[in-house]
Design a protein around this ligand. Structure first.
Ligand code: NAP
Length: 247
């Protein structure tokens, strides 16, 4: 029965050329879903995923999620090639850390555009299909930084806190159509994004984490799989923390 469920799903994972998004996309693929990999700059990594897949259930789509036209064309193409999106994971993200006093308007805007405008454009673009099908799962990837704040990340924290507001309000608009919308608050998960973090900060982070380790991308994919599955049909508007025990 679960196999039949997954084979009927079309999952769009934004920013899935690398890191957490890649792991989530590969999980959906393994489960039997059709998968749309979205990338922005890492064409080569997206191509590698395409080559490694042994069926036409996985396709790659270039789009800057912060650009409305890019998102519109991407979703149109996905609908033509794979069908209506039933699972959307708003995962694409960047960091442009700086103290607020020093932060440029570009650092501020680019982070908000990728995380917040991106989630808005992608969600709006796939929603009509979900409404027509009376089924959908939307998962927004937020961060501990959006809940408790991090010095040097006012842009990122603002965007990640915004995603929680989006999740809560949207869940109330679409619940009656059997579409759920949840947020994940992630702690430190080992990816290229965390390679940029200062080693002292990383050590401190580990000390503060109850499980005394950083997260793996698979830890996130496990929660996304559950929230996208029929087992989570009565869970919406919630913030689920996957942080090894920091908050
Ligand atoms: P990552 O390894 O740096 O990967 C970021 C992904 O986002 C890449 O696939 C990148 O694609 C894509 N992306 C960036 N800008 C984009 C845009 N404008 N349009 C489309 N795709 C774009 O980051 P990660 O660690 O996997 O993080 C994934 C998500 O988890 C982010 O939202 C991040 O904020 C969140 N998060 C991560 C952690 C952590 O510890 N790693 C903690 C909390 C939350 P290209 O390379 O193709 O441009």
């Amino acid at each position: 029965m679960m196999q039949a469920y997954w084979s009927e799903q079309v999952a769009l994972v934004t920013g899935s050329s690398r890191g957490i998004g890649r792991e989530i996309a590969l999980r959906f693929y393994t489960l039997g879903a059709k998968v749309a990999i979205n990338y922005h700059q890492s064409q080569q990594k997206a191509d590698e995923l395409l080559k490694a897949s042994d069926s036409n259930r996985l396709k790659i789509y270039r789009a800057d999620v912060g650009n409305e036209e890019d998102v519109h064309s991407m979703v149109e193409k996905i609908e033509r090639e794979l069908g209506s999106v039933t699972i959307l994971v708003n995962n694409a993200g960047i960091t442009r850390d700086n103290l607020l006093m020093m932060m440029t308007a570009e650092e501020w805007r680019s982070v908000l555009a990728t995380h917040l405008d991106g989630a808005f454009y992608c969600t709006r673009a796939v929603l009509s299909g979900m409404l027509a099908n009376r089924h959908g799962r939307i998962i927004n990837i937020s961060s501990v930084s959006g809940v408790k704040g991090t010095a040097g990340q006012t842009n990122y924290s603002t965007a990640k806190a915004g995603l929680i507001g989006l999740t809560k309000s949207l869940s109330r608009e679409i619940g009656r159509k059997n579409i759920t919308c949840n947020a994940l608050v992630l702690g430190l998960i080992e990816t290229e994004m965390t390679e940029k973090v200062d080693s002292e900060v990383l050590a401190q982070y580990k000390t503060l984490t109850a499980l005394k380790r950083f997260g793996k991308t698979g830890d996130v994919a496990d929660m996304v799989e559950f929230l996208s599955s029929p087992k989570a049909g009565y869970i919406t508007g919630q913030v689920h923390v996957v942080d090894g025990g920091i908050l």
